[in-house]
Design a protein around this ligand. Structure first.
Ligand SMILES: Cc1cc2nc3c(=O)[nH]c(=O)nc-3n(C[C@H](O)[C@H](O)[C@H](O)COP(=O)(O)OP(=O)(O)OC[C@H]3O[C@@H](n4cnc5c(N)ncnc54)[C@H](O)[C@@H]3O)c2cc1C
Length: 438
């Protein structure tokens, strides 16, 4: 365990800054126990940091900031049940190849792999697929260091209430030191990406979502263009080959990152050009088709910094929400270069999951980090409020406990577990207090 003070902490999006009085880095469970006991004895609060990829101030603290990215690696494998025990701070970009080496994979992933497994689980990180679920639904056990320094293992069979509350736990119930994951056999995906008319895609969006394992749409505001990604499972040797390295470099490194950064810098200085540039951007990322290991298809590199707000709405609300958003863009001509992303996920049973007992569409709006996201996020939040929108816990929103209680049937059950495990509110900050009501 090592500790320092006076450091400034910033999240990936650059929209959250914190000045913790102590930053503690740990690489053992014993180190976590010491850090928790020391914070409690000094009357400080403690927040755990993953890799800071959340856009909400979940990690921000003026107390102890505990970095868990030193807790890494696969700790154990149950080959028969296809379950792995993983140290909490393991980043997904290390976990995915390690699982592949075991002939396993996570059933679904989001679009990047830089996060820690514990951070991804704690905020309900998800990918897409009407017959799939978010990452937290694949968690079958957790080991936590609690506020009193004790270590608790929980699962559906052991301390089940803690397990249900702590899967998407926002770092508010304890420090997760180990995550047990239910994997599936490693699989390949056949990816088909093409530019389409947004209006036509909207007309058949439910058939499209049902017809493919994973559907992801990127609609460029001010245009009728959408980049449509359809990924389907294929057996070994089926489908085309992987993208040649030069094509990945051209598409993902050069066009999606370097050129796109330059384009956004220009638009930050000349925002009125946004509609015309979006027409161009929508056409540059052309059609491509390939097949590869699932995690290589799900995840790509995102270097251009942005801030994001994402809401889950009932699947049936996806067309009205997108139509209202399109009408807002037409009314305001608001300069927003980044595409609006649309995904789908099936229902799960995780108490604070955005997909708790509800099949969702996810609509995400983004703004380049040097441009003002305020008007877009406010308009978006007003639209999804009319559709029972549940905010992604890691993406910008303003909802507090009163509204969240009405959106999450098990909200008070989570609070009861928290009262029991952390009555003195060691694991809190102003944002968590706003979310959970004190
Ligand atoms: C470029 C980019 C792409 C993204 N893509 C997606 C996507 O496709 N799908 C999606 O759903 N989300 C996506 N996200 C959001 C991201 O997955 C979540 O915000 C995730 O929580 C980030 O993980 P992290 O390791 O950075 O955690 P942090 O942001 O550092 O922390 C998140 C929360 O987890 C808690 N936490 C972390 N580790 C522990 C632990 N060991 N014990 C207790 N609490 C802990 C923290 O206290 C905090 O409350 C994206 C974000 C970015 C910046």
């Amino acid at each position: 365990m090592s500790s320092g003070s006076g450091a400034t902490w910033r999240n990936w999006g650059g929209n959250v800054t914190a000045h913790p009085s102590v930053v503690t880095e740990v690489s053992t469970v014993g180190g976590v126990v010491d850090a928790v006991r020391t914070a409690a004895s000094r009357g400080l609060t403690l927040r755990v940091a993953g890799t800071g990829h959340s856009f909400t101030p979940l990690v921000a603290t003026d107390g102890v900031l505990l970095r868990v990215d030193g807790l890494r690696g696969v700790l154990g494998v149950d080959r028969e049940r296809m379950r792995v025990r993983v140290a909490a701070g393991t980043p997904l970009h290390q976990l995915n190849p390690a699982l592949q080496a075991l002939g396993l994979a996570l059933p679904n992933l989001g679009d990047i792999d830089r996060q820690t497994i514990s951070g991804a689980v704690a905020t309900g990180t998800h990918g897409t697929g009407v017959r799939r679920q978010g990452i937290a639904a694949a968690v079958c056990g957790l080991t936590l260091v609690l506020a009193d320094g004790s270590v608790l293992r929980c699962s559906a069979a052991e301390s089940p209430e803690v397990f249900e509350a702590a899967r998407v736990g926002l770092g508010a119930l304890g420090v997760v030191v180990e995550v047990e994951l239910q994997c599936v056999p490693a699989f390949r995906l056949h990816a088909r990406e093409s530019g389409e008319s947004f209006s036509s895609v909207l007309g058949g969006i439910h058939e499209l979502a049902d017809a493919h394992d994973h559907v992801d749409m990127h609609w460029f505001p001010h245009t009728d263009r959408v980049l449509l990604k359809r990924n389907d499972r294929v057996g070994p040797g089926e489908g085309p080959g992987p993208l040649p390295p030069w094509r990945s470099r051209l598409d993902d490194d050069l066009l999606a990152n370097r050129v796109y950064e330059g384009v956004n810098r220009v638009l930050a200085r000349a925002p009125r050009l946004t509609p015309r540039v979006n027409q161009l951007s929508a056409r540059v990322l052309g059609a491509r088709e390939f097949a590869d290991d699932s995690w290589k298809v799900f995840c790509s590199s995102r270097e251009v910094r942005f801030v994001e707000s994402e809401y889950a709405v009932p699947r049936t609300s996806v067309v009205p929400v997108l139509s209202e958003l399109r009408a807002w863009f037409e009314r305001t001509s608001a300069p927003v270069p980044f595409p609006v992303e649309v995904r789908f996920i099936g229902a799960d049973d995780v108490w604070l999951s955005t997909a708790y007992e509800r099949a969702n569409a996810y609509v995400a709006v983004h703004q380049y980090h040097r441009m003002d996201p305020g008007p877009l996020f406010a308009a978006f939040e007003a639209i999804v409020a009319e559709h029972e929108g549940r905010p992604h816990w890691g993406k910008v929103h303003t909802l507090g406990a009163d509204r969240l209680r009405s959106l999450y049937p098990r909200f008070d059950d989570v609070l009861a577990v928290r009262d029991r495990l952390d009555p003195g509110r060691l694991f809190t900050n102003a944002h968590v207090a706003h979310l959970l009501g004190d």
